[in-house]
Design a protein around this ligand. Structure first.
Ligand code: CO
Length: 185
Protein backbone atom coordinates (compact mmCIF):
# COMPACT_ATOMS: atom_id res chain seq x y z
CA UNK A 1 0.00 0.00 0.00
CA UNK A 2 1.27 3.48 -0.87
CA UNK A 3 1.76 5.48 2.33
CA UNK A 4 1.92 9.19 3.00
CA UNK A 5 5.46 10.50 3.40
CA UNK A 6 6.03 12.80 6.36
CA UNK A 7 7.34 16.19 5.32
CA UNK A 8 10.01 18.18 7.18
CA UNK A 9 9.70 19.58 9.86
CA UNK A 10 7.24 16.88 11.01
CA UNK A 11 8.10 16.09 14.68
CA UNK A 12 8.18 12.30 14.09
CA UNK A 13 11.14 12.79 11.74
CA UNK A 14 13.09 14.02 14.79
CA UNK A 15 12.51 10.82 16.76
CA UNK A 16 14.97 7.96 17.09
CA UNK A 17 13.86 4.61 15.67
CA UNK A 18 14.00 1.34 17.61
CA UNK A 19 15.36 -2.06 16.63
CA UNK A 20 13.04 -4.62 15.04
CA UNK A 21 12.64 -7.67 17.29
CA UNK A 22 10.55 -10.04 15.22
CA UNK A 23 10.96 -10.76 11.55
CA UNK A 24 7.30 -11.48 10.99
CA UNK A 25 4.57 -10.75 8.44
CA UNK A 26 4.06 -7.28 9.95
CA UNK A 27 7.67 -6.44 9.06
CA UNK A 28 7.20 -7.86 5.57
CA UNK A 29 4.11 -5.71 5.01
CA UNK A 30 6.04 -2.65 6.21
CA UNK A 31 8.87 -3.41 3.75
CA UNK A 32 6.41 -3.95 0.87
CA UNK A 33 4.59 -0.70 1.69
CA UNK A 34 7.91 1.16 1.87
CA UNK A 35 8.96 -0.15 -1.54
CA UNK A 36 5.62 0.71 -3.14
CA UNK A 37 5.76 4.19 -1.64
CA UNK A 38 9.38 4.80 -2.67
CA UNK A 39 8.79 3.63 -6.26
CA UNK A 40 5.57 5.67 -6.54
CA UNK A 41 7.39 8.80 -5.38
CA UNK A 42 10.49 8.16 -7.48
CA UNK A 43 12.94 7.87 -4.59
CA UNK A 44 16.12 5.80 -4.38
CA UNK A 45 15.90 5.24 -0.62
CA UNK A 46 13.39 5.39 2.20
CA UNK A 47 13.52 4.99 5.98
CA UNK A 48 10.50 3.61 7.89
CA UNK A 49 10.28 6.79 9.97
CA UNK A 50 9.42 8.69 6.79
CA UNK A 51 6.08 6.85 6.71
CA UNK A 52 5.69 7.30 10.47
CA UNK A 53 7.01 3.92 11.67
CA UNK A 54 9.78 4.31 14.26
CA UNK A 55 11.68 1.11 13.47
CA UNK A 56 15.26 0.65 12.27
CA UNK A 57 14.25 -0.31 8.75
CA UNK A 58 15.45 1.20 5.48
CA UNK A 59 15.32 0.36 1.80
CA UNK A 60 17.60 1.43 -1.05
CA UNK A 61 17.29 0.86 -4.77
CA UNK A 62 19.97 2.56 -6.84
CA UNK A 63 18.95 2.93 -10.50
CA UNK A 64 21.18 1.25 -13.08
CA UNK A 65 22.37 3.23 -16.07
CA UNK A 66 20.72 1.72 -19.08
CA UNK A 67 21.87 3.39 -22.29
CA UNK A 68 19.63 1.11 -24.37
CA UNK A 69 16.49 2.26 -22.61
CA UNK A 70 15.54 5.52 -24.32
CA UNK A 71 12.31 5.85 -22.36
CA UNK A 72 14.09 6.22 -19.07
CA UNK A 73 17.49 7.89 -19.37
CA UNK A 74 17.60 8.51 -15.62
CA UNK A 75 18.11 4.81 -15.03
CA UNK A 76 15.98 1.86 -14.09
CA UNK A 77 15.24 0.59 -10.62
CA UNK A 78 15.23 -3.19 -10.78
CA UNK A 79 13.47 -5.27 -8.16
CA UNK A 80 16.55 -7.50 -7.85
CA UNK A 81 18.63 -4.48 -6.81
CA UNK A 82 16.34 -3.62 -3.91
CA UNK A 83 18.13 -3.66 -0.56
CA UNK A 84 16.03 -4.17 2.55
CA UNK A 85 17.98 -3.49 5.73
CA UNK A 86 16.77 -4.18 9.25
CA UNK A 87 18.68 -2.82 12.29
CA UNK A 88 21.59 -1.55 10.16
CA UNK A 89 24.82 -0.29 11.67
CA UNK A 90 27.86 1.24 10.01
CA UNK A 91 30.90 -0.62 11.32
CA UNK A 92 33.51 1.21 9.28
CA UNK A 93 33.80 4.44 7.31
CA UNK A 94 36.62 6.25 5.58
CA UNK A 95 37.32 8.85 2.93
CA UNK A 96 35.17 11.83 1.98
CA UNK A 97 32.85 12.59 -0.91
CA UNK A 98 30.49 15.45 -1.63
CA UNK A 99 27.19 14.58 -3.23
CA UNK A 100 24.14 16.61 -4.25
CA UNK A 101 21.47 14.98 -2.07
CA UNK A 102 17.71 15.15 -2.02
CA UNK A 103 15.06 13.61 0.24
CA UNK A 104 11.42 12.56 -0.22
CA UNK A 105 10.65 14.32 3.10
CA UNK A 106 12.04 17.62 1.77
CA UNK A 107 10.82 17.48 -1.83
CA UNK A 108 12.47 19.73 -4.38
CA UNK A 109 15.48 20.61 -2.22
CA UNK A 110 18.96 19.48 -3.25
CA UNK A 111 22.09 20.32 -1.29
CA UNK A 112 25.73 19.27 -1.43
CA UNK A 113 26.59 17.16 1.60
CA UNK A 114 29.96 15.70 2.60
CA UNK A 115 29.95 12.09 3.76
CA UNK A 116 32.27 9.10 4.02
CA UNK A 117 33.32 7.69 0.65
CA UNK A 118 33.58 4.05 1.65
CA UNK A 119 31.63 2.18 4.32
CA UNK A 120 30.97 -1.27 5.73
CA UNK A 121 27.46 -1.94 7.05
CA UNK A 122 25.96 -4.81 8.97
CA UNK A 123 22.23 -5.48 8.91
CA UNK A 124 19.57 -8.17 8.74
CA UNK A 125 17.36 -9.04 5.78
CA UNK A 126 13.58 -9.50 6.12
CA UNK A 127 14.04 -13.09 7.27
CA UNK A 128 16.56 -12.24 10.00
CA UNK A 129 19.66 -13.38 8.09
CA UNK A 130 22.73 -11.33 9.02
CA UNK A 131 24.42 -9.48 6.14
CA UNK A 132 27.60 -7.50 5.68
CA UNK A 133 28.04 -5.07 2.80
CA UNK A 134 31.07 -3.07 1.77
CA UNK A 135 30.20 -0.20 -0.54
CA UNK A 136 31.28 3.22 -1.81
CA UNK A 137 30.26 6.23 -3.93
CA UNK A 138 26.54 6.93 -4.39
CA UNK A 139 25.48 3.69 -2.67
CA UNK A 140 27.48 4.71 0.42
CA UNK A 141 25.78 8.13 0.34
CA UNK A 142 22.36 6.48 0.23
CA UNK A 143 23.15 4.25 3.23
CA UNK A 144 24.45 7.15 5.31
CA UNK A 145 21.45 9.33 4.35
CA UNK A 146 18.91 6.63 5.33
CA UNK A 147 20.69 5.62 8.55
CA UNK A 148 20.71 9.30 9.53
CA UNK A 149 16.88 9.25 9.30
CA UNK A 150 16.83 6.36 11.81
CA UNK A 151 18.75 8.51 14.31
CA UNK A 152 16.11 11.27 14.05
CA UNK A 153 18.04 13.54 11.72
CA UNK A 154 17.70 14.76 8.13
CA UNK A 155 20.38 15.65 5.59
CA UNK A 156 19.96 19.44 5.72
CA UNK A 157 21.17 19.34 9.34
CA UNK A 158 24.66 18.80 7.90
CA UNK A 159 24.64 22.21 6.20
CA UNK A 160 26.71 25.10 7.47
CA UNK A 161 24.90 27.58 9.74
CA UNK A 162 24.41 30.14 6.96
CA UNK A 163 23.22 27.62 4.38
CA UNK A 164 20.85 26.08 6.90
CA UNK A 165 19.37 29.49 7.69
CA UNK A 166 18.85 30.16 3.99
CA UNK A 167 17.23 26.75 3.54
CA UNK A 168 14.83 27.24 6.51
CA UNK A 169 13.71 30.58 5.11
CA UNK A 170 13.09 29.17 1.63
CA UNK A 171 11.38 26.08 3.01
CA UNK A 172 9.00 28.10 5.19
CA UNK A 173 8.01 30.12 2.14
CA UNK A 174 7.48 26.97 0.08
CA UNK A 175 5.30 25.32 2.75
CA UNK A 176 3.19 28.49 2.94
CA UNK A 177 2.71 28.41 -0.85
CA UNK A 178 1.73 24.74 -0.70
CA UNK A 179 -0.87 25.28 2.03
CA UNK A 180 -2.29 28.26 0.11
CA UNK A 181 -2.71 26.06 -2.95
CA UNK A 182 -4.29 23.32 -0.84
CA UNK A 183 -6.83 25.67 0.75
CA UNK A 184 -8.01 26.79 -2.69
CA UNK A 185 -9.41 23.32 -3.38
CO1 CO B 1 15.71 11.21 3.13
Amino acid sequence: MIKEILVYPHPILRQKSKDVESFDSELHTLLDDMNETMMYRGGVGLAAVQIGVLLNVLIINIPIDDETNLENRDGLQLKENLIEAINPIITHKDGTQVFNEGCLSIPGIYEEIARAQHIIVEYFDRFGNQKTLETEDFMAVAWQHEIEHLTGHVFIENLSFMKRKKFEKEWKRELKEKSKKASRL
